[in-house]
Design a binder for this molecule. Structure first.
Ligand SMILES: [Zn+2]
Ligand SMILES: [Zn+2]
Length: 341
């Protein structure tokens, strides 16, 4: 079968062996694979120089083959979306304290999902979520981008920030942010979307944000209109976005980090006295759970959230798409819809 592989920082298509399904695993014929910014960061070695050979962790496809035991979770012919993103979606034990508390990515046995830029992919079957035909293949980025945004928003309720309260989303027009704006608006929060450039701000408004504001004006506008927001979700993959996020919070506010800047950006620093005076709550949110994915598929089927797709292409175009993505050529997501060409 055809599959994308990274060699010396470049991504190309190679002929590789078909995957075989191990115990509790299913082989999915991939019909669409989203291109996530993480794939680009990994291909370029942006994160501590980590460079896996295979990337791609967002996919929709049809179950073709089952390993022993997988019939308990899925069936041949099921149309499915991979349900747990890149972090921890490949395997989790299901029995340790983290798994049982809904944080399988911290499971000592957790494995990631990597390699969906391929005609076929073997995956841990409990992570698969069935999707209705009304949710098209181009929604493949829900598998990581959408799930990560949804998982971060659910943290607001966990920390008692109720609908009706003002929240800010930094990096609002991006691959993750654009889901967060739609979902937060649907949940009834008063949403401030922060990004840069007129086109991106217009896009944020069209997705339902109450206020769309440029990064350089955000702190002043938020202070004046809301006296600070109850929570800020930082999707921007820059340390500057983290620093801006902290400046938007009211006292006691919740800071949710999501975007992962390149390690060359340096550290996110907090003055302990500022921490003491403002009493911020600072957490991180990565992907979500399989249950979150099921809920997200229902929200997508109900029309509450939709992927903004700006580019589709064949597997052979992946290298070009990576270049376009790093040059920020489009607002929304790119999806590989032909894995055999
Ligand atoms: Zn576990
Ligand atoms: Zn991702």
């Amino acid at each position: 079968m055809k599959a994308a592989r990274i060699r010396n920082g470049d991504i190309g298509v190679e002929e590789v062996d078909d995957p075989q399904p191990g115990p509790d695993h299913a082989v999915v014929r991939v019909t669409a694979a989203g291109v996530c910014h993480s794939d680009l960061h990994l291909a370029r070695g942006d994160w501590y120089g980590m460079r896996p050979e295979a990337v791609g962790h967002e996919a929709i496809g049809i179950v073709e083959e089952l390993g022993p035991g997988a019939e308990r979770f899925t069936a041949v012919g099921d149309r499915v979306i991979l349900g747990l993103g890149g972090t921890g979606g490949g395997y989790w034990c299901g029995a340790c304290e983290y798994c049982l508390n809904g944080q399988p990515r911290h499971c000592a046995q957790a494995k990631g999902v990597m390699g969906t830029f391929a005609e076929r992919f073997a995956v841990y079957a409990p992570g698969l979520v069935k999707i209705p035909d009304s949710v098209p293949d181009t929604e493949a980025p829900l598998a990581c981008g959408g799930l990560t945004a949804y998982g971060a928003l659910k943290k607001l309720l966990q920390y008692d920030i109720k609908p009706g309260r003002p929240i800010a989303i930094v990096g609002a027009a991006g691959g993750l942010g654009h889901y967060a704006i739609q979902l937060a608006s649907a949940f009834g929060y008063r949403v401030v979307g922060v990004d840069v450039g007129d086109e991106r701000l217009e896009f944020i408004r069209s997705l339902g944000a109450e206020v769309a504001v440029s990064a350089d004006e955000a702190a002043a506008v938020v202070a004046q209109q809301f006296g600070g927001v109850d929570a800020v979700l930082v999707f921007a993959a820059r340390v500057a976005g983290y620093e801006l996020g902290l400046n938007l919070l009211r006292k006691g506010g919740l800071f949710v980090g999501v975007g992962l800047p390149p390690t060359s950006d340096g550290n996110f620093q907090i003055d302990p006295f500022r921490f003491f005076i403002n009493d911020y709550r600072i957490i991180f949110s990565a992907v979500g759970t399989v249950q979150d994915m099921r809920e997200l598929v229902e929200l997508a089927a109900a029309g509450k959230v939709k992927t903004h797709v700006d580019r589709t292409g064949a597997l052979s175009e992946l290298s070009t798409i990576f270049d376009e993505l790093s040059a920020a050529k489009y607002l929304g997501r790119a999806v590989i819809t032909d894995l055999g060409a």
